[in-house]
Design a protein around this ligand. Structure first.
Ligand SMILES: C[S@@+](CC[C@H](N)C(=O)[O-])C[C@H]1O[C@@H](n2cnc3c(N)ncnc32)[C@H](O)[C@@H]1O
Ligand SMILES: [Zn+2]
Length: 272
């Protein structure tokens, strides 16, 4: 069993964390909520996304999953299947410590837990409540050792040079001012460590790109911007492997894309 505190750092000053989850540099105290390490400083992260807590019941979750599914057209469903299959080839080579950025309800995390490759998956999300829910759900099905850490990707609570891999399913597409998160992922990766993530893109002149810009999400959704930001942050061998595309159908449950626009599904690869 890995002791979580040996991997964690203070999101505020990046100091070491002791066994009681206190920062040994600035003295800030962190906590544990139903097995989820809560490494959030409200002052730093209060503007980030929050799930509606009243939605965390089996019935409500199943209902909204069903509703969401009803809006997704066949071509998007098929493109997503290809995308996930492609990701599995990368996951087969994962080893060591692997952080999943913006785990949410655990679409990617479930794939990590299913993998037989020898690595420790670390779920991370800015919202502790969603992690408590996802942890319970995953523990009913999987026995692979894992860690759950509530952490803002822009003020990441994992130590420098500690991760072998960082991954995500559409995490970058959900984090505004993405470049701040890219810097933190870079910091936490070991030299030679890799960021391998599922991300989607739009055309630069699309209505979706315009809407993304209004929400400060544009840099992650335009391929050339994301590649340039990853390179700027220090990553080398940056690649976007486009594996599928599909025209998006009207979906009131998702902000983006705009209906009628083509969404491109890619695997991003970048090395520290
Ligand atoms: C819809 S999920 C993405 C799908 C998810 N990765 C999966 O595999 O199922 C988006 C998540 O991003 C999280 N998020 C938003 N801003 C964040 C931030 N600054 N740091 C970490 N997570 C963030 C939200 O809390 C939400 O759970
Ligand atoms: Zn500190």
């Amino acid at each position: 069993m890995v002791s979580a505190y040996t991997l964690l750092c203070c999101p505020l000053c990046k100091g070491d964390i002791d066994k009681t989850l206190k920062c040994s540099s600035c003295g800030e105290r962190y906590g544990l909520m139903e097995g989820v390490y809560v490494m959030i400083r409200p002052k730093l992260s209060h503007k980030e996304w929050r799930w509606n807590r009243s939605g965390f019941s089996k019935e409500k979750m199943a209902e909204s999953a069903q509703q969401y599914k009803s809006y997704v057209n066949k071509e998007t469903r098929e493109a997503k299947k290809i995308w996930l299959n492609e990701m599995n080839f990368y996951i087969d080579n994962f080893q060591g410590f692997v952080a999943d950025i913006a785990t949410g309800l655990g679409g990617m995390f479930e794939t990590l837990l299913k993998s037989k490759a020898p690595f420790l998956p670390i779920a991370t999300d800015v919202d502790p409540n969603v992690l408590v829910w996802t942890k319970k759900k995953m523990e009913e099905k999987y026995s692979k050792e894992s860690l759950f850490v509530a952490s803002d990707a822009k003020h990441f609570a994992l130590k420098n040079d500690i991760l072998n891999y960082a991954t995500s399913l559409a995490g970058l597409n959900n984090i505004s001012h993405t470049v701040l998160a890219l810097k933190e992922v870079y910091r936490a990766l070991k030299p030679g460590g890799k960021f391998v993530a599922m991300s989607s893109f739009f055309e630069e002149n699309s209505n979706s790109a315009k809407l993304a810009r209004q929400h400060n999400l544009e840099r992650a959704f335009i391929e050339k911007y994301l590649i340039s930001d990853l390179t700027e942050v220090g990553f080398k061998d940056v690649k976007a492997n486009m594996v599928a595309s599909a025209i998006w159908a009207e979906n009131p449950m998702d902000l983006l894309p705009v209906a009628g626009d083509t969404q491109y599904f890619a695997i991003i690869e970048a090395e520290k």
